[in-house]
Design a protein around this ligand. Structure first.
Ligand code: F1P
Length: 350
């Protein structure tokens, strides 16, 4: 198979995959998954590794915003190494959500065993299934199959599913309706902006920094990870306004600064991107509505123009970094389908 073919196919398949997942969710008896684990009475703690950890962060932000009950996200390793930091109280009611595309990642399985030994029920969210499906009676398995090592459609589908659930808890049917608009919107945006991403990937960068605030911070993190994984390039991620506090010293014409611009913080966040452009950086702007100054100054500007709530846009923001990482890897003569040093699942031998 041609280098990167599986990864590119899976990135471009997301409109159809999202439609299929939404159909599955519409038919699900969500109550059977959660019973009395209402976010109003239980602290939901999302747990994952790598891409699935950033997914956890975006899911926790969504739950907190929609249900107005604080939710957290932690890497699986933190539960194993510092359990008292994660579960400080013996009396509090926690509801962990373990997220793993493969359902085979050692750290996640070890967390599942840790919880079972303590009688803590949890929800398992997966695509492939494997051992994780045997460890919990509460299971959300999505109809997503990926061949490639890096997670793309599995990331967006599992995040969308968790957003769907949060909206149901919050009784926000208009949010659920908004999610149903995304497959068609993404298909159109991919037709419009794929050439621009492919062109940007022809340039070589010494460093890449992706910026995001609020629920877009985990999306910026995942974007940088996609670029690291798919192209073996150096990429970093920061809260947008934090970039001024030191990291911006890296900016030059060989540095790409990508900003995932929110609606809430647009004025402050776009000012950072304009400053990085004035320092000579190469800039990529992704936002729902872009001002003319950003449109005219950015090396590539992607305007999503989605008529959906801000939180429902998260999965569309990440697609451009998935594509850019894959195109950068191909331009470097690598094969993003099997990235250097990486395996599809991280298994730790005892
Ligand atoms: C988690 C993970 C991915 C990473 C790579 C190896 O997998 O670390 O985040 O991109 O694919 O596995 P999973 O637990 O979600 O299967």
């Amino acid at each position: 198979m041609e280098s990167g073919a599986a990864t590119l196919r899976e990135i471009h398949s997301q409109p159809e995959v999202w439609s299929r997942c939404l159909d599955t969710l519409d038919k699900l008896d969500l109550k059977s998954l959660f019973g009395n684990k209402d976010p109003l009475t239980h602290e939901w703690i999302f747990v994952g590794c790598g891409t699935s950890y950033y997914l956890s962060q975006a899911a926790a932000a969504t739950f907190t915003a929609l249900t107005r009950s604080p939710a957290r996200a932690v890497p699986a390793s933190e539960v194993l190494l510092f359990p008292k930091l994660i579960f400080p109280s013996d009396e509090a009611a926690y509801f962990p959500v373990l997220i793993s595309r493969s359902g085979h990642t050692s750290e996640v399985l070890q967390v599942a065993e840790f919880l079972r030994l303590r009688g803590v029920e949890f929800l398992a969210v997966t695509c492939d299934g494997n051992e994780l499906t045997e460890l919990s009676t509460r299971l959300l398995k999505l109809p997503v199959t990926e061949e490639s090592t890096v997670m793309t459609s599995s990331f967006t589908s599992m995040l969308m599913a968790l957003q769907y659930i949060a909206a149901r808890f919050a009784r926000q049917d208009e949010f659920v309706n908004a999610l149903h608009l995304l497959p068609d919107s993404l298909a159109k945006l991919l037709r419009i902006y794929t050439p621009g991403i492919e062109e940007l990937a022809q340039r070589s960068f010494d460093d890449v920094a992706f910026l995001g605030q609020g629920p877009l911070y985990p999306i910026a993190s995942e974007t940088a990870l996609k670029i690291m994984e798919s192209s073996s390039s150096y990429a970093q991620f920061f809260h947008t306004l934090e970039f001024r506090h030191g990291p911006m010293s890296i900016v030059s014409k060989k540095v790409l600064v990508g900003a995932l611009l929110s609606e809430t913080g647009y004025a402050e966040e776009s000012a950072v991107l304009m400053e990085m452009k004035s320092l000579g950086g190469c800039t990529l702007a992704i936002g729902n509505r872009l001002s003319s100054e950003i449109e005219n100054s950015a090396d590539l500007a992607i305007e999503l123009a989605l008529a959906v709530p801000e939180l429902a846009r998260l999965v569309v923001y990440v697609v451009w970094g998935q594509l850019l990482g894959c195109c950068l890897g191909l331009r470097k003569g690598l094969n993003p389908d099997s990235p250097r040093h990486l395996s599809r699942v991280v298994t730790l031998v005892d």
